[in-house]
Design a protein around this ligand. Sequence first.
Ligand code: AP5
Ligand code: MG
Length: 223
Amino acid sequence: MRLILLGPPGAGKGTQARMLSELGNVPQVSSGDLLRTAVREKTAIGVQVASILERGDLVSDDIVVKLIDERLDASDARNGFILDGFPRSPSQAELLAAMLNRRGAGIDRVLAVMVPDEEIVKRISGRRTCPNCQAMYNVTFEPPKKPDVCDKCGGKLYQREDDAEETVRHRLEVYNANTRPLLDYYTRAGILTEVDGVGRPEEVEKRMVAALDGLVPQERKHK
Ligand code: AP5
Ligand code: MG
């Protein structure tokens, strides 16, 4: 299964990508996670992009494409992947098509997670992330068992630097200007389905699975 998750910041792309990755046994490939890891590890790319991420602007296509291209070469991505946060503009969609063409593959489906702006601001301001295992929580909707401690690995949860309300509103503008046109782009390609992203994560997951129409199993083997 080769899947793209589209949607505004805070729509739940990461949350759903992780759930679907478990169901479909393919990795989540998140451009944001790859970039944040580079920033944390202070690699040459990380140093170059840190302030861009903090402002909520888009990193240049060549940098993101290089990271994604390398990630798709890993053995776990050979049989499929869930792209989260990439592509983010029509130019990146063209670059992705070329990247997959070289591998003799194509995208099976694009799911667009739809959530209203005000809900997004609420969700993002409560988000806490684990720097070790990337698990995600929300102080209101999905709190960790112990405040600021990851349930899964005990890591100290942090708040992303681009999650301040002003920056979130800027990220929404960037989404509307650059990424929203992809809804038409993939509708024209005949592979896009819009999914209502409002409701509990498990409810949204059910809608995603239904929209995937047999591409992933309906149930986890082990609950
Ligand atoms: P990126 O990391 O991709 O961020 P984003 O698109 O802004 O999306 P988020 O990660 O904020 O939200 P999400 O949709 O994953 O939601 P989540 O599941 O976390 O990009 C960050 C930056 O990197 C960009 O601004 C840019 O600078 C750069 N970048 C990345 N990709 C790039 C590219 N391709 N080109 C150029 N630059 C790029 O959920 C949010 C919160 O809500 C969480 O707390 C979660 O627990 C909660 N939640 C989730 N689902 C629900 C639900 N159903 N109900 C209630 N709460 C929920
Ligand atoms: Mg995310």
